[in-house]
Design a protein around this ligand. Structure first.
Ligand SMILES: [Mg+2]
Length: 311
């Protein structure tokens, strides 16, 4: 019998899982799994449980919660020896599920549970951030902490970054980080107000500036760096560009990269998958190509695999 560790955050999102828990476990058992259920007891509990289980304990780890829970499970999985890592299934119950949407994981809990056990295993890229990791976004700058707490409605109306710059307009206190950014043989030196390194089609409902052809197994991140606006007009121009989701080369850099190092003169706070990722002066970000195996709908696997695989 196959063995599954099922970790869920009982406080995630709208706590919808609670009423469906019995049906979800039933789907797992019908798929042939012996299930160990672990409701998370505290912050970082999912991380600890996944990092510490014995190599032969499980064949599949399914987690349910918001992006924070997924981040913990993935981060812990990446801390395990390569040979002791297991496939992850994800049942999203958070308020924003950018990453799940990108991978076509259903919003419906029972459908997502079915995908976790009967779907297809997708070799997905994952980010290394110094000694830590992230699933779909590493970001710094303007209101990165506050913006994640804004309501979904607000994000939907304005778009994630547009909201950030709207806020900045009102408060008129735009941070400026003097950074040296090195990526795949290039060097940039400038003052930046915001930056994001992503592996997702959208962030907080905001579509990626780089375009529609985002691949999750190509070993590349999409990077957007926004320069510090030097006056209210520039601030307005940036806000307008973000609102219409168009790259404004005068005010921002966008590129793809597999490895990025960012050096700043002072420590700057980062967020990883929407959670606080610590203050850092030197950051090394690397795309760990196809190192996370995650269950996706069978009918979407061909769409998700980059064309290189299909040839
Ligand atoms: Mg990519």
């Amino acid at each position: 019998m196959k063995r599954m560790l099922f970790i869920y955050n009982p406080h995630a999102g709208r706590a919808l899982l609670r009423t469906k828990l019995s049906d979800v476990v039933d789907i797992f058992v019908k798929a042939g799994y012996k299930v160990t259920v672990h409701p998370t007891q505290s912050f970082r509990d999912a991380f600890r449980v996944v990092k510490e289980y014995e190599a032969d304990d499980y064949d599949l780890v399914v987690c349910s919660g918001g992006d924070g829970t997924l981040d913990e499970v993935v981060a812990a999985m990446m801390k395990r020896e390569i040979g002791a890592r297991d496939t992850i299934g994800y049942i999203p119950t958070g308020s924003t599920n950018d990453f799940a949407n990108s991978l076509h994981i259903p919003k419906n809990l029972l459908q997502a549970a079915d995908v976790a056990v009967n779907g297809a295993a997708f070799p997905c890229d994952v980010g290394r951030f110094n000694d830590d990791s992230f699933v779909y976004i590493a970001a710094f700058g303007l209101f990165t902490d506050v913006s994640y707490e804004t309501t979904q409605e607000m994000k939907n109306i304005l778009g994630h970054l547009a909201y950030i710059f709207e806020g900045a307009k009102r408060i008129f206190n735009v941070p400026a980080y003097k950074l040296k950014v090195e990526y795949d043989g290039n060097v940039l030196e400038d003052e930046f107000a915001y930056g994001m390194i992503t592996n997702s089609k959208s962030v907080g409902g905001f579509k990626n500036m780089i375009g529609k052809d985002v691949a999750f197994d190509d070993g590349l991140f999409e990077v957007t760096l926004i320069k510090r606006p030097r006056n209210p007009i520039e601030l307005q121009e940036i806000g307008a560009a973000l609102l219409i989701e168009q790259i404004d080369t005068k005010h921002m850099y966008t590129f793809r990269a597999s490895k990025i190092t960012i050096t700043s003169e002072e420590e700057i706070p980062w967020t990883l998958d929407g959670e606080f990722g610590g203050n850092h002066q030197d950051v090394e970000i690397e795309n760990l190509k196809q190192q996370l195996t995650i269950m996706v709908p069978k009918e979407k696997i061909d769409k998700l695999l980059t064309k290189k695989h299909n040839i």
